[in-house]
Write a protein that binds this ligand. Structure first.
Ligand code: PEP
Length: 260
């Protein structure tokens, strides 16, 4: 079954409100009829909380999704610096990136926490983009497939049967390719995506698995996205650096549209 491609920007800790406004002004202009584009390609941005309102206002009516980059799995409480799923709902967001390698590495985000976040997000009707991926050492030790399978299986232990039936997206992001300019070759990425697809088929059955998007992330840019996005199990991209420049990201979205 043909899956609609999804290109999601990850702005990390970048941009002021003025910069975000300028971005959307240029980005929407470059895309032309944005509503028409987002009918064939899904587009989203994971942005910092200070930019939620600005990005929602600037993207209103375009079909572009505004997402968080993280959330807590508790609904409220003494968790200084955190943001809850009810707060994301209240802010009119549509989902959140979870388990990004930077959060796993710097903030000890575990597979258990990722699973709990996944569970509460989908129960609230929000879309989780669940990031998985191996480090350079793990790849060199031949452990890539085990690492990725374990990350998904361990997280799923904390996703209830009811929550499992709701939409989610997996982002395969080899850690060695994030922000480094090193990209997995389309073949390297497709090999891992195929293993993830097989795991999803074993877990959810063929029909459901064929609807689940698996994104690639790791130095994807306007020059290399076409080859990556042409692979059968690469359903889009989670894009860091190249999503900060409207020209680059618009070009990637239009490339994805051309492949749809
Ligand atoms: C990311 O942070 O999710 C990412 C893929 O970053 P970059 O595109 O800059 O490698």
């Amino acid at each position: 079954m043909a899956r609609k491609k999804l290109l999601a920007g990850n702005w990390k800790m970048h941009k002021t409100r003025a910069e975000a406004s300028e971005f959307f002004q240029s980005f929407t202009k470059l895309l032309g009829n944005v509503g028409d584009v987002t009918r064939s390609v899904e587009v989203g941005f994971g942005v910092p909380p200070t930019l939620f309102d600005t990005c929602l206002a600037k993207s209103q009516g375009t079909g572009v999704k505004i997402l968080a980059q993280n959330c807590h799995y508790e609904t409220h409480g003494a968790f200084t610096g955190e943001i809850s799923v009810p707060q994301l709902l209240d802010a009119h967001l549509q989902g959140s990136i979870i388990g990004h390698s930077e959060r796993r590495q710097y903030y000890n985000e575990t597979n258990e926490a990722v699973g709990k976040k996944w569970n509460v997000l989908v129960k609230a009707g929000l879309l989780p983009i669940v990031c998985v991926g191996e480090t350079r050492q793990e790849r060199e030790a031949g452990k890539t497939l085990d690492v990725v399978k374990t990350q998904i299986d361990e997280a799923l232990k904390f996703v209830s049967d009811e929550a499992r039936s709701k939409e989610f997206v997996i982002a395969y992001e080899p850690v060695w390719a994030i922000g480094t300019g090193l990209t997995a070759t389309p073949e390297q990425a497709e090999d891992v995506h195929k293993v993830i697809r097989d795991l999803l088929t074993r877990t959810f059955g063929e029909a459901r698995s064929s609807t689940i998007k698996i994104l690639y992330g790791g130095s994807m840019n306007a020059a290399n996205c076409k080859d990556l996005l042409s692979k059968p199990n690469i359903d889009g991209g989670l894009v860091g650096g190249a999503s900060l420049k409207p020209e680059d990201f618009a070009s990637m979205v239009l490339t994805a549209k051309g492949l749809s």
